[in-house]
Ligand binder design. Structure first.
Ligand SMILES: Cc1cc2nc3c(=O)[nH]c(=O)nc-3n(C[C@H](O)[C@H](O)[C@H](O)COP(=O)(O)OP(=O)(O)OC[C@H]3O[C@@H](n4cnc5c(N)ncnc54)[C@H](O)[C@@H]3O)c2cc1C
Length: 390
């Protein structure tokens, strides 16, 4: 179908129909519990790209639709309420593309944005290293000047989707004498280049969505450095803001649905005392927190639509959401009893009956990814509450 984009309103009306038709088709291919798997997320990425729906707010000369941030948020809300899968290349859509649009050269925009828009090139984020996770500024991967480019040596870890990715946007140290965040640079590394090696990490769920990336004498041309040498920290910090709170939309909607499921499960399981009173009280608290999270998401998105960034409000939200979801999954496991013992099959896939187990196991990572709960609390203590550093 032809999606009009002459106004936000025309776009949203057309895209609503497109979403309903395309998701109905997806449901004939994938059962709901398969929507988290890479095959389904790849298929959804391809659908979005074929309809030119990953470049909504990019300028027209780069193939985008030049729509407003408000339309972008509305589109993501429409996807979230329909429980659409997360597109496989979402890191590129939400983090790298806006970073290139802001900091990239014209040549970089032309070279790298098209593959994201058309879905031909998957990206991963290479920041964390063994020993440099929470303390990201201690990155040790080294890029040395050589001829018309750089030679990179180092070891990245927890790199989501690196096994599916052609490219990695990485933080590397270009100034060997620098310390902490000074002397870091933002580089686009070709994972198919000689010397780049990706090895999977098997997760507690049995799946392998994360990787170690080894870089040994990998040549990176000068044109793949975004910004100037030493600008990496500033660019990486700005990049983190580009998700603009949209990250939380599908997550809060999923949390609300899961809360309802667990409340129903509680009524059906009718646990004996004293567990019943304890679980009822915890569920009531989680329900209140869920409402607070929803109000905070809505408030952030209203502000983002008028041009601001989530800032420390995003930190508070990440902490509340991840810890609430973890607590909810724990209650679900308790109520499920022995059914909670079901795990993945030998191929690492979860049957419909075992989905709750996968979500419980997966939720353990949510208080770590994108900054651990301890780090979020440090930020809140220092920047929101203004407490002195310990
Ligand atoms: C599911 C998942 C996906 C990820 N995807 C990516 C990715 O695509 N790309 C990427 O670059 N990284 C990725 N990461 C890595 C993630 O950013 C790091 O795991 C995270 O920043 C924590 O770093 P770490 O694992 O090195 O733990 P560490 O920093 O070693 O922390 C270990 C423990 O010490 C605590 N701690 C550390 N410092 C402090 C402090 N100052 N005060 C109080 N407590 C502290 C932490 O809270 C934690 O409990 C991913 C992680 C997960 C779980």
């Amino acid at each position: 179908m032809n999606i009009r984009d002459n106004t936000d309103g025309a776009f949203l009306a057309d895209v609503e129909q497109w979403l309903d038709a395309t998701l109905a088709r997806m449901r004939t291919r994938f059962a709901p519990h398969e929507w988290v798997h890479a095959e389904c997320r790849t298929a959804w990425n391809a659908e979005l790209c074929a309809a030119n729906l990953v470049a909504l707010d990019w300028p027209r000369e780069l193939g985008g639709r030049n729509l407003s941030t408000a339309a972008l948020i509305k589109f993501h809300e429409m996807c979230a309420v329909r429980r659409a899968p997360q597109p496989l290349n979402s890191i590129a859509h939400s983090i790298l593309a806006p970073t290139l649009l802001k900091f990239g050269t014209e040549e970089q925009k032309r070279s790298f944005l098209e593959g994201i828009r058309l879905g031909t090139e998957v990206w991963c984020q290479g920041y964390s290293e063994p020993g440099s996770g929470s303390d990201l500024a201690s990155v040790r991967t080294r890029a040395s000047r050589e001829g018309d480019g750089w030679v990179v040596n180092g070891h990245k870890v927890w790199t989501t989707q690196a096994h599916a990715a052609r490219w990695c946007f990485a933080l590397v140290r270009t100034d060997p004498d620098s310390r902490a965040h000074k002397g870091l640079s933002f580089m686009l590394v070709d994972l198919k280049a000689a010397g780049a090696r990706v090895e999977p990490i098997r997760q507690i769920t049995g799946e392998a969505d994360y990787n170690e990336v080894f870089l040994e004498q990998v040549h990176v041309p000068d044109g793949n450095l975004v910004g100037a040498p030493g600008d990496g920290w500033r660019i990486a910090m700005a990049a983190a803001e580009y998700e603009r709170g949209i990250y939380f939309l599908p997550r809060v909607i999923q949390l609300e649905a899961e809360l309802q499921e667990v409340e129903t499960l509680f009524e059906r399981a009718a646990p004996a005392e004293p567990a019943s009173t304890r679980l009822a009280a915890t569920l009531a608290t989680l329900s209140d927190t869920c409402f607070v999270i929803r109000c905070r998401v809505d408030a952030i998105l209203r502000r983002v639509a008028t041009g601001s960034t989530p800032g420390t409000d995003g930190t508070v939200l990440k902490l509340l959401w991840s810890e609430t979801r973890q607590a909810l999954q724990e209650i679900r496991m308790e109520l499920l009893g022995e059914a909670a013992m079901l795990g993945p099959d030998s191929g690492g896939r979860f049957s419909e009956a075992a989905v709750a187990t996968r979500e419980f196991l997966w939720s353990r990572a949510e208080t770590i990814v994108a900054g651990t709960s301890e780090i979020q609390r440090n930020i809140i203590a220092e920047r929101v509450l203004g407490l002195p550093k310990g």
